[in-house]
Design a binder for this molecule. Structure first.
Ligand SMILES: Nc1nc2c(ncn2[C@@H]2O[C@H](COP(=O)(O)OP(=O)(O)O)[C@@H](O)[C@H]2O)c(=O)[nH]1
Ligand SMILES: [Mg+2]
Length: 381
């Protein structure tokens, strides 16, 4: 079988590994690289950094190099990916120390405003805050969070904060990988709070839930009495519900909504063993309730660390991620193989016509793929 990245043993952690990496420039997904003109296509080597330069730069908390390391991780270029993995491997011992918080809710609920207010408060308390977005719909625009940066004006100007828009990864799976790996870079660069904003559409909440320690659902009162377009299942992924915009005339409605959610949550299985999900009110605009909300995250962390759930979830997440990467790759080589490509249209036709049982069709495809693997394996040797 021929793969793009052959599994040759890599020279290890030494900086000399850089000669195996083609010196391709930092642009990704066909988009401009950091501060580089897309058209001028600079000579590859001008801009090339060694693994060690990336590693040292991230550990030294150099913002420019951190930004470039993220760009490397976001690149779909196989050479970049190989280098990114080597850099990540070296940084692994420095990762894992942040608290990772996912924030979801319908557009307009006030997630970005909340992150601005919370982020600034956390920095006052000597935390270092990194913000990421997961928005698979934003693949062409380089992330709607760019627009959100205006909502995070104070935070984005703060030297203790780092805000990164959603990667333009195409598929949610691609965005998920990039987000997870970027989180690791943030941790290696000493950010101890990571906030991941995601829109409450499609599968993105489930994806973000699978990479964070604490998951927060931001709601507003009075936007329809139902769960305002929020799928029911989301409540079951959530460690805290917060009803935002508890200010001005809206306060009473927010308090009523809080009571309703509190009652509903009582009957739902919690997202985290040993933790009762509760509803709170805040005003992201005035900052009311924000400190208490962070208090909930801290209590959660202490509580789940003490009962082992915090570490258990992280271990499960790592294992699940491993399997999803393997499955994703297998699926890709399966569907990209000439054997399957050739056979598939006919099989699909017969299945949809009802002339071939589906199970048998699947077996046929899988057997064909197996034969194909054996044949190409023989050729490779
Ligand atoms: N009154 C009030 N407005 C808010 C509050 N939080 C956010 N908003 C407003 O709601 C709108 C959407 O906020 P944004 O943070 O962009 O929501 P997102 O789409 O969930 O990220 C903006 O006009 C905000 O100014 C709040 O606590 N109170
Ligand atoms: Mg937003």
């Amino acid at each position: 079988m021929s793969q793009q990245n052959s599994d040759k043993p890599s020279p290890g952690n030494k900086p000399s590994a850089l000669h195996v990496v083609p010196g391709v420039d930092g642009g990704h997904d066909g988009l401009p690289g950091e501060g580089k003109s897309p058209r001028r296509s600079p000579r590859p080597r001008d801009n090339h950094l060694s693994n060690q330069q990336y590693v040292d730069g991230v550990l030294a908390r150099d913002r420019t190099l951190l930004g470039r390391a993220i760009t490397l991780i976001e690149s779909n270029n196989p050479g970049h990916q190989e280098q990114a993995q080597e850099v990540l491997k070296q940084l692994m011992p420095h990762t894992g120390k942040a608290v990772r918080v996912g924030i979801t809710g319908v557009p307009g609920a006030g997630k970005s405003t909340l992150i601005e207010t919370l982020g600034c408060r956390l920095i006052e308390r000597k935390h270092r805050v990194a913000v990421l977005a997961v928005d698979p719909s934003s693949s062409l625009t380089r992330g709607s969070i760019l627009g959100d940066k205006t909502r995070m004006e104070r935070l984005s100007q703060n030297s203790e904060a780092f805000i990164r828009p959603s990667p333009s990864g195409g598929t949610l799976g691609g965005v998920a990988r990039k987000t997870r790996e970027t989180m690791l870079l943030f941790e290696a660069a000493g950010y101890d709070v990571i906030l991941v904003e995601t829109v409450g559409v499609g599968q993105s909440e489930t994806t973000v839930r699978s990479m964070v320690d604490f998951f927060l659902l931001v709601l507003i009162a009075g936007a329809g009495d139902e769960l305002q377009g929020i799928k029911r299942g989301i409540l079951e992924l959530t460690d805290a519900v917060v009803i935002n915009k508890a200010d001005g005339d809206n306060k009473a409605a927010v308090n009523r909504a809080r009571a309703d959610y509190e009652a509903a949550l009582h009957y739902l299985p919690g997202a985290t063993r040993g933790w009762q999900t509760r509803a709170f009110t805040v005003s992201a605009l005035t900052g009311d309730g924000i400190d208490d909300l962070w208090g909930v995250v801290e209590t959660f962390r202490k509580h789940t660390t003490a009962n082992g759930e915090f570490d258990r979830r992280r271990r499960d997440q790592a294992r699940d991620w491993l399997h999803s990467l393997v499955e994703g790759h297998l699926q890709e080589i399966f569907y990209q193989s000439s054997a399957v490509k050739e056979l598939l249209p006919d099989i699909e036709r017969r299945v949809t016509e009802g002339s071939l049982p589906v199970t048998q069709a699947a077996w046929q495809l899988l057997r064909t793929f197996e034969d194909y693997l054996i044949r190409s394996w023989g050729k490779d040797r």
